[in-house]
Design a protein around this ligand. Structure first.
Ligand SMILES: O=C(O)CCC(=O)C(=O)O
Ligand SMILES: [Fe+2]
Length: 272
């Protein structure tokens, strides 16, 4: 049974997130639900992998409904997740624990969903560079933001470990705001002594929330199977970000009131 809000000590989880720059919640999604998503994901991903034989620095290709994605380094793919069944599941994107956490973190429920995306290291892929998932550090050097206005809410479709390229984070780096260090993290972290790195080894059904500033990297996947992870981005309404989810009018109309508010930056999905 997935956990409920009554199972969570939010004060403690908020402290973990604010101190570590990420927080993990176990037993959030019924594993059978994750498996259903995984099966649909494999079908969509197969087309992207077959098509994307070249490395693409930034641009995803293809239609969302049939597989929009890219190979961003050898054997490592991104793919946009269409807002359709079984992916667009309110049990996940309106997960009561996630929303209760974000309501408390941001002290408002006025935030929106801006992306539905995925990262998948395939067997044989190498380590990524250490990085942040935001330009806040370089765009606003020296600015201390106590609370980040955008987070990634993530869940793997399989158990993750050192054996299949689990993500590695350097906790507590979300508050680092030294402009001269931006752009140098990979050199520094792979050379110097930073002993507090942490592998996010997660059980299927877990979700984790990432402060997008926290330094992290995808690691090599020495297993014989891909290690997909899905991410939904949530951001405060005042924060402009050049991203939105594509929905059909019918899908938008059928959302819950909360869903409609969170997806109000949607765009109509182009039709074939
Ligand atoms: O899923 C992973 O291995 C990490 C991917 C990642 O951090 C990224 O591409 O920004
Ligand atoms: Fe990243």
């Amino acid at each position: 049974m997935p956990i409920t809000v009554d199972d969570v000590d939010f004060g403690l989880k908020l402290a973990e997130f604010r101190i570590n720059g990420f927080v993990v919640f176990e037993d959030m999604i019924d594993p059978a639900r994750v498996d259903r998503i995984h099966e649909a994901f494999k079908r969509l991903m197969a087309g992207v992998v077959a098509r994307e034989t070249a490395i693409s620095a930034s641009q995803e290709h293809g239609e969302v409904a049939t597989g929009r994605g890219r190979q961003n380094m050898k054997g490592r793919y991104t793919m946009t997740i269409p807002w359709v069944e079984p992916f667009a599941d309110p049990a996940i994107y309106e997960h009561p624990v996630v929303l209760a956490f974000l309501d408390r973190y941001w002290q408002t429920d006025d935030y929106v969903i801006t992306c539905s995306h995925s990262n998948t290291p395939y067997p044989g892929t190498d380590f990524q560079h250490w990085h942040r998932d935001t330009k806040l550090g370089s765009e606003l050097p020296g600015v201390y933001l106590g609370r980040v206005p955008v987070v990634g809410v993530k869940y793997p479709l399989v158990d993750t470990s050192e054996a299949n390229g689990s993500i590695e984070v350097l906790p507590c780096t979300q508050y680092l705001a030294e402009g001269d260090l931006e752009g140098r993290y990979d050199d520094l972290l792979t050379t110097g002594d930073f002993s507090t790195t942490r592998r996010l080894n997660l059980k299927k059904g877990s979700m984790w929330i990432q402060d997008v500033r926290t330094l992290h990297r995808g690691t090599a996947n020495p297993s014989d199977a891909p290690r997909p992870e899905i991410v939904t981005c949530y951001c405060k309404r005042w924060f402009a970000i050049d991203q939105h989810v594509e929905l059909t009018r019918e899908t938008y109309a059928a959302l819950s009131d909360r869903g409609k508010r969170m997806l109000r930056r949607w765009a109509v999905e182009p039709r074939a």
